[in-house]
Ligand binder design. Structure first.
Ligand code: ARG
Length: 598
């Protein structure tokens, strides 16, 4: 049985058809005025225009047909010809019981699953994470979970930025800071295949001298020095070239940088419920680049231009100029776009995705347009199989991309700590978690902090920028992550109490208005999922979860559960259990988790 909205649409379509009118006009939606009706159908207006008839008259004829349906208990004509429908208690109850028996609470699975790759997060070695990476990680994780839940074969890849000029800069900076590192690099780089003992000794040296804090400090210093000091920049360039050509010492210290960064990132990401299936690096496609460049040249796609090798991607009907994709710079190096193009090839060879979704800051939209067009021209990926899902920025109170009070970029670890601090404060202030032991309290605080940060990011359409306001995000009231967790925890504690009292859920019989409202919303989950899936817009799921939590709160206030007579009690308990299940599915799709208690 499909959701009520679809079943009613079918009934209305049959009514329109029986009257010789276009069945497509029978589309039924949730009512805009839930105080007046549950569902509505506005098709009579368009039908009247097409048939040059009076819309109220058509509405009345359609209504007469619909009145016979078991699904509806009342049909009314409103205004110029809107048809307002009230679902019958039996239809709502039947539907609620179907949802309660379904582990997916009515969520559909895609009829034709696809192979989907989500490229998200995009953190870099040594270069600090900034708010763009944070949003990419939060939104991308949700988009990935959504695809997986709806049945696509899905892989999420961090597309680790571990290659390029920043690596040469770091090697140069480390060699300058530590003469013993400089000496080790020189010795190893001169050898084609250094003995294992030498490699081992160098590894130990790098580990002792270069820690994560050192990278955090050295990289920004080196990057700013390279802006003015051309000798330094040239050395860093040569080091980059040596690394990419395979110099043993450079490769070894580079591995150390990448491992250090990745370990720290994985720890922080996983605290936030962000887990990548793959950590393929930009470096992993290094060997594909030169054959790819040769092939592009042979096809006549890559052409010489002012010493560089470019692929022209502009089209006549472009509204604005799209610069060519630079495949090899005039200095002979592969570029960001080159790596992305080679990655398209690499993914095709390894996974052969039907769709690759790049969840990256919308300021990179030109870059992706260039890469996608080049990939299409080269025959690597058809148009439409590569999609850029952009997003706006997370801003500070000043309306500019968020910076810490010291003016620096926000580190993931610091964000988590800030969120944790605020979550503890809020829990204590709300009198929550008092009976938890310290360890459970900390785990709960982390869930609350994660919910606060992620939900705020996912609550609005991704294209919209928003202002970072941890105070508001962490509140247990309003449209916030902690509010959702709080409602989920209330249901969990209700279910626990019921179990303690030996009360079991039973068949759902929908009667009270708050029960009707809750069931209609539960039944509408597929609408939210469809929208979120089609637009890579987790905010549709966030909205649904919020409305569900609110609707549950109204139900719980209006309908006593454990103190109700046995049949009603069993029904309401089942309804609460169903609500919790759907709420937890929605939370999981957003990358959130409700604690057992708080
Ligand atoms: N590492 C890049 C950056 O920091 C983001 C990578 C996004 N993904 C991609 N396939 N280009 O800007």
């Amino acid at each position: 049985m499909s959701d009520l909205k679809s079943a009613l649409s079918q009934a209305a379509a049959a009514a329109f058809a029986a009257l010789g009118l276009d069945p497509a006009l029978g589309r039924v939606t949730l009512s805009d005025r839930p105080d007046l009706a549950d569902f509505q159908c506005n098709g009579a207006l368009a039908a009247a225009r097409a048939a040059k008839r009076n819309p109220r008259e058509i509405a009345a004829e359609v209504a007469a047909h619909l009145a016979d349906s078991d699904l509806v208990s009342a049909v009314e004509i409103a205004g110029p010809g809107f048809i307002n429908l009230k679902a019958s208690a039996s239809a709502l109850s039947d539907r609620a019981n179907v949802l309660a028996d379904d582990p997916r609470t009515g969520a559909p699975r895609r009829a034709a699953p696809r192979k989907v790759m989500v490229d998200y997060g995009g953190p870099n070695v040594a270069k600090e994470m900034h708010v763009g990476h944070l949003r990419a990680s939060i939104i991308g994780e949700s988009v990935k979970r959504l695809h997986r839940f709806l049945g696509d074969e899905t892989l999420g890849d961090a597309h680790f930025g571990d290659w390029g000029f920043q690596m040469g800069l770091l090697i140069t900076a480390c060699a300058d800071a530590h003469p013993d590192i400089a000496a080790a690099l020189e010795r190893l780089n001169a050898l084609a295949a250094p003995p294992e003992a030498d490699l081992e000794a160098a590894r130990a040296l790098f580990a002792a001298r270069v820690r994560l804090e050192d990278l955090d400090r050295l990289y920004p210093e080196a990057a700013s020095r390279a802006k003015t000091d051309t000798d330094y920049r040239d050395r860093a360039r040569r080091e980059t070239a040596a690394l990419q050509a395979g110099a043993a010492g450079d490769r070894l210290i580079w591995r150390h940088f990448a491992d250090l960064t990745r370990t720290a990132l994985e720890r922080d990401f996983s605290a936030l419920g962000i887990v990548f299936d793959l950590w393929r690096g930009e470096s992993d496609v290094n060997d594909l680049i030169s054959p790819m460049v040769e092939a592009l040249k042979a096809k006549g796609l890559a052409v010489e231009d002012q010493g560089a090798l470019i692929v022209r991607v502009a089209r006549n009907d472009d509204k604005r100029d799209l610069p060519p994709l630079i495949v090899v710079s005039s200095e002979g190096s592969a570029m960001y776009g080159t790596t992305d193009l080679a990655t398209v090839l690499d993914r095709r060879q390894r996974f052969d995705p039907d769709l690759v979704i790049y969840v990256v800051d919308q300021r990179q939209s030109d870059h992706f347009e260039q890469v996608f067009r080049a990939a299409e021209l080269a025959g690597y990926a058809p148009r439409g199989s590569l999609v850029h899902v952009g997003f706006g920025t997370m801003n500070g109170a000043d309306g500019k991309p968020f910076k810490t009070r010291e003016g620096g970029v926000l580190k993931l670890r610091d964000l988590i700590d800030m969120g944790l601090g605020k979550a503890r404060e809020r829990l204590i202030e709300a009198g929550l978690g008092a009976e938890l032991d310290p360890e459970a309290f900390e785990a709960t605080a982390l869930k609350v902090a994660t919910a606060a940060i992620k939900f705020a990011d996912l609550a609005n359409f991704r294209g919209t920028s928003y202002v970072f306001d941890l105070d508001r995000f962490s509140s247990f009231e309003g449209k916030t992550g902690p509010y959702l967790l709080y409602q989920a925890v209330r249901i969990k504690s209700l279910l626990r109490r019921a179990a303690e009292e030996g009360v079991s859920p039973g068949p759902i019989a929908v009667a009270a208005p708050a029960e009707r409202e809750l069931v209609i919303l539960l039944d509408d989950f597929p609408t939210a999922l469809d929208e979120a899936y089609a637009k890579s817009a987790p905010n549709a799921v966030a909205d649904h979860a919020y409305r569900l939590a609110q609707s549950f709160a109204r139900f719980y206030a209006a309908c006593p559960v454990l103190s109700a007579p046995p049949q009603e009690r069993a029904s309401r308990l089942a309804l609460a259990g169903l609500t919790l299940r759907q709420l937890e599915i929605a939370l999981d799709l957003l990358g959130l988790e409700a604690p057992e208690r708080m």
